[in-house]
Structure formats: C-alpha cells, structure tokens
Design a protein around this ligand. Structure first.
Ligand SMILES: [Fe+2]
Length: 444
C-alpha cells in the first residue's frame, strides 16, 4: 500500500470550520491528500482492469475516477463561475450517477461499455479539475457554502474509494484466474478474544450526529430514543463461529431464514459467504469444507479467528436466529459505539491490509465497533424524526431518496478511511448485497 494511504490519522476533526485562511489551508491539504489516495488505489491496475463491470452494482474503476471528479466539476466549478467551460460536455451525462436535478444519466448497468473516454483521458480530466479546485480554494474568493460542498465532495470521494476496492474485488472474482489486486501483508495469527456480552440497562439515550463536526444529513437531527435493556456482543462473529452454522446445515434450514432470503439462497445456491472456495465433505451435515478464501491479496487459507464478512443481511439474520440471538438495532449499536470510543478499533484503509483482522483484546472488552467489517443492523434505513436535507436541491438527492427498502450498516470496514467513519455514521445497502465487507455483531 502506498505511503499516501498511510498518512497518519489526525482525528477526523477536519470540519471544525475555522474560518478564512486556516480553513482554506486545511481544505487544500485535505483535498490534495484524498484525491491522491484515489489515484494510489488505481495505481497498478491496467486500463483493461479499470473497465471491468462484473454486475450492475459494481462500477468500473475508471467510472469511479471520473464520477468523483464530475462531482467537483458540477457542484463546485460550475457554481463558482457562470462562464465555466466544461472539460467535456458529454461527461455531464456519462458520469452523473443518480442526480435527476442535474439531468439524465448514462445507464448504470452499462458503465463497463465506456471504452471512451480512455483511462488516460479520465486521468487528464482529474488533473484539470484538481488544478481548478485548488486554485479556487487558494484564491480566497469562494464563499463558505462552496467550501462546504468541497468537504462533502471529499467524503463522497472516500465512499467511492471503498467502492473501488469492493468493486475490483468482485470484478476479479469473476475471472477464473482470480487475479491479485496487490500483494498485501497478512498479520501473524492470534486467537480471537472470548466473546463477552456488554449490557445496557435500558433507558433514554441520544442518537445522531452532534453539531460541530462533519456529518451527512441522514445522521441528523440528533434525538433521544428509549431503549429496552439489551446486550451487545463484544466483537464481530468469526469465520470459525460462522462455519459451525454452515456445518449445522444453516444454509439448508428454511426455518432460520426470512422468506425473501430463503428464495434468494435457493436461486443463487448460496452455501457460504461470498469469496469462500470450498469443497464437499461427508463429515458435515451440509457437505462443506472451506479450503481457501479469495482476498484482494489473492487466495489465502481461511483464518477461523477473523471476522466473517461478505454476507448479506439475510445471512446475518439467519445466523443470529440460529444462535438464538438477533441483530442489533442501529440505536443499540450507536449507543455502545459512542460509549466505547475508538479503543479496539479494527483495520481501516490506512492500515493497508484490505481484509478484516482478528479482534484485539481491550480493557473495556469491546472491540471492532469501528473498522474491520460493516455491521448489519436490523434497522430499516429511514429518516430520523425531523429529518430535512440540509443540502441544496441537487445535492439533496445524496441520501434522502434512498430511504426505502434498505438496511442500515454501521461501523466502517478495512476499506473505509479512518477519518470518514464515526459512531453516528449510517451506511445502507439492499439486504441481498454481499460484495461489501459486511459482517455480524450479535445482540440479545
Ligand atoms: Fe457518487
């Protein structure tokens, strides 16, 4: 992993909104750093790699490189200057993801057909927009709302950095040669700490982003919820624990599954998490033995102590039911995360492992609330009471319009930037999604 990605974490407080010169100086540094990380993630990939699209959900790397740039061109440069001349007029359509207020969009499932513009042209597009944005910030004449939009654009870019990794992993998985994204370090083996139950006696607790630091509109307004007494597992479910579920016929027992999940399991013939390579064995009820796992660093032997990941909501829910537990609500999860701090955090993008790690033993007992793997909650992705998008008309489409049919995930993963995620952060995916680094923390 490049040194650019290993830039030390500075606390995630970049949105202190210092005014004027200091704010501009910090924003310039942050802009340059985050844009360089994206470039570093694509370094080493061939132009052919960057065009792959293995499924409609997973976009080509080239498209991510262009779309994150499009964001700054359309939402910053066009607004800063009514006379702005676009880099290429077609890009407004080609690289618009879903913003209807901006205009029509090129169909998402066909992004892999865009052999033109070339990767070299997309890289020149990036350089041109970078220069203009940096020049605009340092010029000192852009109003505060435009600087706010740049801040959103940088968080948006960090989301796409994670997608670059999860998407290229899926693209490579579809190649029988199972290419290696890049050689990655593997931490020395260690046992996972025993699972403990962390109790909350119940009562009123506050949920949502506090003012004073950056948050998305979907994390606000902060509000109180009333929680019944609950317990949360001290760490994520491991591969070893999940294997017991499989060997007990977890994928063969409809009574454990939600109806939609069971139908999907039948249709897709799921028998393990995504990216497990396995062979049959007469020993287990489900005739299953894993012998290898596909990672961004290539094929590895499975590690029973690492968190299980790349599972759908349906699998997480079935596993929890098999354990006679359940998945946490997002309120329970946030309460525990807000009170446990960053102690025992798992791996983030900056650690360069690009694979979840074995939990660390901590004094408080709680581990991996942030990092390693996103945690499915049993909460539907819905607006908080009093939710109003704080963004303008077009940017208001960023989060709010997806508040239907999706489930909330919390905590970030080994592909998330450390300064991008926080206890109030709400990620969301459709319940069948498996290609993100998504895992399980139990509740009861
Ligand atoms: Fe986007």
């Amino acid at each position: 992993m490049s040194d650019i990605i290993n830039t030390p974490y500075t606390g995630g407080q970049s949105y202190r909104r210092p005014d004027t010169d200091e704010r501009r100086r910090l924003l310039i540094a942050r802009f340059a750093r985050i844009r360089a990380v994206t470039k570093a993630l694509a370094a080493g990939l061939t132009p052919e790699d960057c065009m792959l699209q293995s499924m409609p959900d997973a976009s080509p790397v080239k498209w991510h490189l262009a779309h994150t740039t499009w964001f700054f061109e359309v939402f910053v440069l066009e607004r800063a200057d009514p006379e702005y001349v676009p880099f290429d007029r077609q890009y407004r359509y080609l690289f618009n993801s879903y913003y209807n207020a901006i205009g029509e969009q090129y169909p998402r499932p066909q992004r892999g057909l865009l052999s033109r513009p070339s990767l070299a042209e997309v890289n020149s597009y990036r350089r041109s927009i970078d220069e203009q944005v940096l020049c605009g910030i340092s010029g000192g004449r852009w109003p505060a709302p435009l600087l706010d939009t740049i801040e959103i654009g940088l968080h948006h870019e960090q989301q796409h950095q994670e997608l670059i990794l999860t998407d290229i992993k899926h693209h490579f998985w579809k190649n029988p040669a199972l290419p290696v994204y890049r050689p990655l370090p593997v931490p020395p083996p260690r046992p996972a700490p025993a699972l403990r139950w962390l109790a909350f006696a119940g009562g009123r607790t506050s949920i949502g982003a506090a003012t004073g630091s950056f948050s998305y509109d979907n994390e606000r307004p902060r509000h109180d919820v009333l929680a019944s007494p609950f317990e949360l597992a001290s760490r994520l479910v491991t591969n070893g624990e999940y294997t017991e579920f499989i060997e007990d016929g977890g994928y063969e027992r409809p009574e454990l599954w939600l109806s939609d999940g069971w139908a999907l399991r039948q249709k897709k013939r799921w028998r393990t998490p995504l990216y497990w390579l396995y062979e049959s064995s007469a020993r287990a009820k489900s005739s299953f033995t894993t012998h290898k796992v596909f990672t961004l660093g290539g094929i590895r032997s499975p590690n029973a102590n690492e968190p299980v990941c790349h599972i759908s909501y349906f699998e997480a829910d079935a596993y929890a039911r098999w354990c006679k537990c359940r998945l946490p609500t997002e309120y329970e999860w946030e309460h525990m995360a807000a009170h446990s701090g960053r102690a025992g955090s798992g791996a983030f993008l900056e650690d360069g492992l690009l694979h979840p790690c074995v939990a660390k033993a901590t004094e408080s007992g709680v581990a991996q609330m942030l990092g390693d793997a996103w945690e499915w909650t049993c909460s539907a992705y819905l607006p908080y009471p009093g939710f109003r998008t704080s963004m303008d008309t077009a940017l208001g489409e960023y989060n709010g319009k997806f508040m239907i049919n999706q489930m909330v995930l919390r905590g970030g993963s080994c592909a998330t930037s450390r300064d991008h995620v926080r206890p109030s952060y709400r990620n969301f995916f459709l319940p069948h999604s498996r290609w993100q680094f998504s895992g399980i923390r139990l509740a009861r």
